[in-house]
Design a protein around this ligand. Structure first.
Ligand code: SAM
Length: 382
């Protein structure tokens, strides 16, 4: 890290320029934080996956190109854990800096605010927050005890001492509540009740609300006396899902199927869920839950399952007329439900995330709405 210490400031400045060129980083206080906090201290190693299922490649501070890579506007996987099948999967990462700044700006922070971060990870975001708000304003929890211990050491090395706790973020941090802001850097299927309880009235929570890896987005919700309410951020982003333990999450329903045996139809729709995140959220109320997605048969089929064992497969390649083959099986016709939601989305004028909002009621009901919370177009998430 010796050479690094000499030139990281130039790298940090360039990173700030790159982010500013995206139209983010409008607040000079966040530019000052980005230029003052060394990301390389928080990312002494990262992992890259060369091919799906392959062994991740480790890049450390001793590796060629490490410093430059750490100051690119990219997310970096920083911790792996072994699953029961023996493969190592990402359990923590340093978020793409441009996305972090987008979220921090959306939080509308001011000096004197008390902020709770769910997902300490490397500690880099906590450092940016502590630079802006001082140690006393920053609280951060992670389910990974070792992650928290490492982050605490790195922050201390820079003279920063926000409150870090190894805990399940769904509980918030009751001993230190209330908070003016809560920011989650892992996705949640629903906003935990503890977060609403620990937020001051008028306070904001910013979280990636996703029932499934693609069905949802970041939302900024204000706390009112009887509810949380706000809008999704205009641009889609995806965080790793909240874990229930300090271990690798296990995916239980691996379905073995004979794709050709499913009932046959065709579709003109693109099966990549990343190109239809709004439509998949609108499909969600019609599905029994636990939607999974992956590719099968060497990437020839996009494959979806739900918890009742139903599945559908859609050819990734379209014919010359843009038509793809579909196979479905089980009680829930997943692709038919998606097609219906897609049609409704077309009828509503193809709304982007900027037109969608979310209300969370005290009983836990999550209601997605189009344009207005009290309008006709509303969907309750199951
Ligand atoms: C994208 S990383 C966080 C990045 C971090 N903010 C940074 O600046 O490096 C997501 C983090 O969420 C944490 N996480 C997952 N489940 C959690 C839970 N139940 N409670 C708290 N943190 C959790 C993971 O361990 C991981 O470190």
């Amino acid at each position: 890290m010796r050479a690094a210490d000499a030139d990281w400031r130039e790298h940090a400045r360039r990173l700030a320029d790159t982010i500013a060129a995206e139209g983010v980083l409008r607040d000079p206080a966040w530019r000052a934080a980005l230029e003052a906090v060394p990301r390389h201290v928080f990312v002494p190693r990262f992992y890259t996956q060369r091919r799906p299922g392959g062994e991740p490649l480790e890049t450390t501070a001793e590796s060629e190109g490490w410093l430059g890579a750490v100051y690119r506007n990219e997310p970096l996987v920083t911790a792996l854990a072994a699953t029961s099948s023996g493969s190592r999967i990402p359990v923590s990462s340093s978020t793409k800096p441009g996305l972090m700044i987008r979220m921090l700006e959306a939080l509308d922070l001011a000096y004197g605010h008390r902020v709770l971060e769910i997902g300490t990870g490397t500690g880099y975001n906590a450092a940016l927050l502590a630079h802006r708000l001082g140690d006393r304003g920053v609280f951060s929890v992670d389910i990974g005890a070792e992650l928290v211990a490492d982050a605490r050491k790195r922050l201390a090395g820079l003279g920063l001492a926000p409150t870090l706790v190894a805990a399940h973020g769904a509980e918030g941090l009751p001993g230190h509540a209330p908070f003016d802001r809560i920011i989650a850097t892992c996705s949640v299927p629903a906003i935990p009740a503890a977060w609403a309880e620990q937020l001051t009235e008028g306070g904001l929570v910013l979280a990636d609300v996703k029932r499934d890896p693609h069905a949802g987005n970041l939302a900024v919700l204000r706390r009112y006396a009887d509810r949380l309410e706000g809008r999704f951020l205009p641009k889609w982003a995806g965080f790793m899902a909240i874990r229930d333990a300090d271990t690798a999450p296990e995916h239980h329903h691996t379905v073995t199927v004979e794709i050709e045996a499913g009932s046959r139809s065709t579709t003109a729709l693109d099966p990549s869920p990343w190109n239809a995140t709004v439509q998949w959220l609108l499909t969600h109320p019609r599905l029994p839950g636990d939607l999974t997605f992956g590719y099968r048969n060497g990437g020839r089929w996009a494959f979806f399952t739900v918890c009742d064992g139903s599945w559908c497969a859609v050819r990734t390649e379209a014919d010359q007329d843009g038509i793809r083959e579909v196979r479905q099986s089980g009680r829930t016709a997943i692709w038919d439900e998606f097609t219906r939601a897609h049609q409704r989305w077309e009828d509503d004028g193809r709304p982007g995330w900027d037109r969608l909002g979310l209300t969370v009621l005290a009983d836990g009901t999550h209601r997605v709405w189009l344009d207005r919370p009290d309008g006709d177009a509303r969907w309750e998430l199951p």
